[in-house]
Design a protein around this ligand. Structure first.
Ligand SMILES: Cc1cc2nc3c(=O)[nH]c(=O)nc-3n(C[C@H](O)[C@H](O)[C@H](O)COP(=O)(O)OP(=O)(O)OC[C@H]3O[C@@H](n4cnc5c(N)ncnc54)[C@H](O)[C@@H]3O)c2cc1C
Length: 451
């Protein structure tokens, strides 16, 4: 059994730790903070844009440039990695098919491509009604016979909308007290949207008045989500939504349908009597938190030693290897000895890469070689244009070890996730798939399980 230290508790670090622990390694995960998962939409994106919107992400991987982190992994390994993660979390938390993107409404009424989503979101997939039926997404997730009948009725009457085939109609319902879910804007934008399959969407909006905690002036999505852990509150919410919602195939509500209590979405859907989809809000993200808490619980249950609030500041080398990493712990620095290290610290957003006042980019913990070091040349003024700065990171060998001009940096140091160079992950929506696939590559090379 090896002693493996994983650095970082984002999607990459948690996935690597779980995979290593499942393979019988002695794993310590050290992290300074919780990572980006709980700010995320709670979905697993594989590839959303390349540069146009992608509907079949695994096929699209083949056309990515050689520098993209996926290029050295390949579509099959990416699919296997994402499926493995989905199996660990279970179908109550993640569902979908890695070969086909869902197109889910966002909190501004745009459509967002993603591969795996939470079951509570899937009925919002904007592909045509017949695609819904073939895939069985919405009907399969329903338990109430009334909901099934309502959906079947909507399928039986194909219509046209402005000369284009009719797509889904969303009945969007907001909560007056909950900001960041502008139901009118969401419905207005959806109603202007043609779905990727060419069907024309429609939408209407409505509001309910419901306080989660009496007297609270500015409740967050978390306030509502925690209140939903009370079955009676969830039932009150659902009855109000059922009464207010306009006509539509899918009733869309803010993503506040519980954090810890499973089955809130099903309960709400049963009462509403139509397919219900959650639309994630800006952070703090309830679906992101669900994913983070579930993954962390699996990691802990698998026996991983979890040290949070600890910044890794450096390391002790031994020949071409990392002998230990240094933790800035309360009371002074502490060494964690390791046979292998998975470094999964994210990118600029988590402070894993920094730019000093001279515009020099560096990776401060291991001093790893980067694909570029002069930020000045890479910062562009076009807000919506490409931002090459965010493609900067570490180049890796086939095992996921950082390489520079002098070869592999350290024999037993592997990297995973956002630190790897070659993709604007938030723009092409590949960050989640990259995090999961590179974490599994690193873990499998450490355990000798790599193919
Ligand atoms: C604004 C924004 C939006 C994005 N949107 C998307 C999207 O829609 N779809 C998508 O696929 N990707 C998106 N991404 C990319 C996203 O970063 C990845 O999807 C993924 O979450 C990265 O996971 P990670 O584990 O590599 O990094 P992170 O989630 O950033 O986790 C890094 C972890 O390392 C810890 N850490 C860092 N340095 C140290 C240290 N020295 N010592 C100890 N711990 C340390 C941090 O505390 C954290 O726990 C987005 C990124 C940003 C910045």
């Amino acid at each position: 059994m090896s002693r493996v230290v994983v650095i970082g508790a984002g999607l990459a670090g948690l996935t690597a730790a779980l995979r290593l622990a499942r393979a019988g390694q002695s794993v310590t995960l050290a992290t300074k903070g919780p990572g980006g998962l709980q700010l995320s939409q709670g979905t697993i994106d594989i590839l959303g844009y390349s540069p146009e919107r992608v509907t079949r992400p695994l096929e699209a991987i083949a056309s990515l440039p050689d520098e993209h982190p996926y290029a050295s992994i390949g579509a099959d390994e990416v699919a296997a990695a994402v499926i493995w993660l989905g199996q660990q979390l279970g179908p109550e938390l993640l569902t979908g098919d890695p070969s086909t993107n869902l197109h889910l409404p966002t909190a501004v009424g745009a459509l967002r491509p993603t591969a795996l989503a939470q079951p509570s979101m899937v009925a919002g997939d904007a592909r045509s009604l017949s695609a819904h039926e073939q895939r069985g997404a919405a009907p399969r997730s329903l338990s109430a016979p009334e909901a099934r009948d309502a959906h079947a009725r909507s399928l039986s009457a194909p219509e046209e909308r402005g000369g284009v085939s009719k797509g889904l109609t969303y009945a969007v319902v907001g909560v007056r007290q909950l900001k960041d879910f502008p139901a009118d804007l969401i419905a207005g934008n959806l109603a202007r949207t043609t779905a990727p399959d060419g069907t024309r969407l429609a939408a209407n909006s409505a509001w309910i008045d419901l306080q989660a905690r009496p007297g609270e002036a500015d409740p967050s999505p978390l306030t509502y989500a925690r209140s939903m852990d009370d079955e009676a509150f969830a039932a009150t919410f659902a009855r109000a939504v059922a009464k207010a919602a306009g006509k539509g195939d899918v009733v869309a509500v803010p993503a506040v349908l519980g954090i810890r209590r499973r089955g809130v979405w099903q309960q709400v859907q049963d009462i509403v009597g139509r397919p219900v989809c959650e639309i994630p809000l800006p952070p703090p993200s309830v679906p992101g938190l669900r994913l983070y808490e579930a993954l962390l619980a699996l990691v802990r249950a698998a026996g991983v030693r979890f040290i949070q609030g600890s910044h890794v500041t450096g390391f002790t080398p031994d020949g071409g290897r990392v002998a230990s990493v240094t933790l800035a712990a309360a009371g002074g620095p502490r060494e964690l000895a390791a046979d292998a290290v998975v470094f999964a610290p994210g990118g600029f957003e988590s402070g894993a890469l920094s730019v000093d006042s001279y515009g020099t980019i560096s990776e401060p913990v291991f001093g790893l070689p980067l694909t570029a070091t002069d930020a000045g040349e890479l910062i562009t003024e076009k807000y919506w244009g490409p931002h090459p700065l965010f493609e900067v990171g570490v180049r890796v060998d086939d095992a996921g070890r950082p390489v520079g001009e002098r070869g592999v940096a350290h024999e037993n140091l592997y990297v995973a996730g956002g630190i790897i160079a070659g993709a604007e992950r938030w723009r092409d929506k590949s960050g989640d798939g990259v995090a999961v696939a590179t974490a599994i590559r690193a873990a499998d090379h450490i355990t000798g399980g790599a193919r």
